[in-house]
Write a new protein. Structure first.
Length: 381
């Protein structure tokens, strides 16, 4: 009986192996190799979920839009470079004149960013755009190991993404943001360099075009990046549940901004830890939205329930109302920062002080275990 039973199982397995009831074969993921002079966008459009578009060393003059889930766009390091096409400025001007939507995104009533139509990445002055479609977030896209340089707006721009990974990307001398994301969750930004961009090196927000309460990022991580020479190193605007850790920030006008406003829920539950923030003393003029900047380490304005801990903050000096090592500042619309914990940071040589709390109406903020010499008001060290 035992032998017959084994034979029966073997026969059944053999029949299944010949195709009776067998599952269809799983298609293998492909690598699409692109060389300078060839179209990256054409390879991206031909790729299927799970595929990799691999860029050879060299310079590519184009913008790229990704809306395929699971796609990886990867170069071979910093010498794989994306720059604007020669007619990019003309394209941008034409799009603006005709009213074509830019890829800055708008917010749906549900809070999910609704990006501009696929194909307007270049018209919007962006290098690489990762955008959801039809109101759905695009999932598990990776952009890695390349340089995006000289775009009039953003090097990498993302909207309506879930678990976007941007790693080992160099964003250099782009007009607004080096790497930016809105209306997205579970992002990972690791090992990137953002240098000499017009605004933030790394910019993360709920929506850039509509007023609404802070949204939960479900644990987005900004980790081990180098941010230098930008207006602001990292901006976290109207978001909750996010970590900024182990980054090196130097030469910016301001290093880290956690920004909220009068909308509900407030920005908060942000952890800023184990960062090295040194000599962010570049001078940036006043704008319509923000005072002049110089010498700001970490600034919290209109934020709640955040943790600022184990950061090294040295020699950030300026005369802006936002200058200082760690600054709590009442937002420009009067929203207080509440219940934030500033603990176990190493601060020295910051001016006008290592710890600055101008948000005197804020409630429940604590300063404990910090190594510092001077504070405003006195007694915070």
């Amino acid at each position: 009986m035992k032998k017959c039973h084994i034979a029966y199982l073997a026969c059944t397995a053999a029949l299944l192996g010949t195709g009776l009831g067998a599952a269809p074969p799983v298609a293998a993921h492909r690598v699409h190799l692109v060389k300078p002079g060839e179209s990256i966008q054409k390879a991206v459009d031909a790729a299927r979920p799970g595929d990799t578009v691999l860029l050879s060393l060299g310079v590519y003059h184009e913008s790229v839009t990704i809306s395929t889930p699971g796609l990886t766009l990867r170069g071979m390091g910093r010498r794989t470079v994306l720059e604007p096409a020669a007619d990019a400025a003309k394209t941008t001007a034409t799009a603006k004149a005709s009213g074509t939507a830019m890829t800055t995104g708008t917010a749906k009533a549900s809070g999910t960013a609704e990006p501009a139509a696929v194909g307007t990445c270049a018209a919007g002055g962006n290098g690489i755009c990762v955008v959801g479609t039809g109101g759905d977030r695009v999932e598990d896209v990776t952009v890695a190991a390349l340089t995006v340089s000289g775009f009039t707006r953003n090097g990498v721009y993302a909207a309506a993404t879930d678990h976007l990974t941007v790693r080992n990307v160099t964003a250099l001398k782009n007009g607004v943001w080096g790497i930016a994301q809105e209306g997205s969750v579970r992002g990972v930004f690791r090992g990137n360099t953002a240098r000499d961009n017009g605004d933030a090196g790394l910019f993360l927000a709920n929506s850039v075009s509509q007023e609404q309460g802070a949204t939960d990022t479900d644990g987005t991580v900004v980790e081990r990046n180098r941010l230098e020479g930008n207006r602001i190193g990292v901006t976290v605007r109207r978001l909750r549940n996010l970590t900024v850790a182990h980054n090196h920030l130097t030469g910016n006008c301001a290093a880290v901004f956690v920004v909220g406003d009068e909308n509900k829920p407030k920005a908060g539950l942000v952890t800023v830890r184990d960062n090295r923030i040194v000599r962010n003393n570049k001078s940036c003029p006043k704008t319509a939205r923000l005072d002049a900047l110089q010498g700001s380490g970490i600034v919290l304005t209109g934020a709640e329930d955040s943790l600022i801990t184990h950061n090294v903050i040295e020699d950030n000096a300026g005369t802006s109302p936002l200058s200082g090592g760690i600054v709590l500042f009442k937002s420009f619309v009067g929203t207080t920062s509440d219940r934030n914990r500033i603990s176990d940071n190493d601060l020295r040589g910051n001016s006008p002080a290592d710890l600055v709390n101008t948000d005197t109406a804020g409630k429940g903020n604590t300063f404990e275990g910090n190594s510092c010499r001077a504070s405003q008001p006195a007694g915070l060290c």
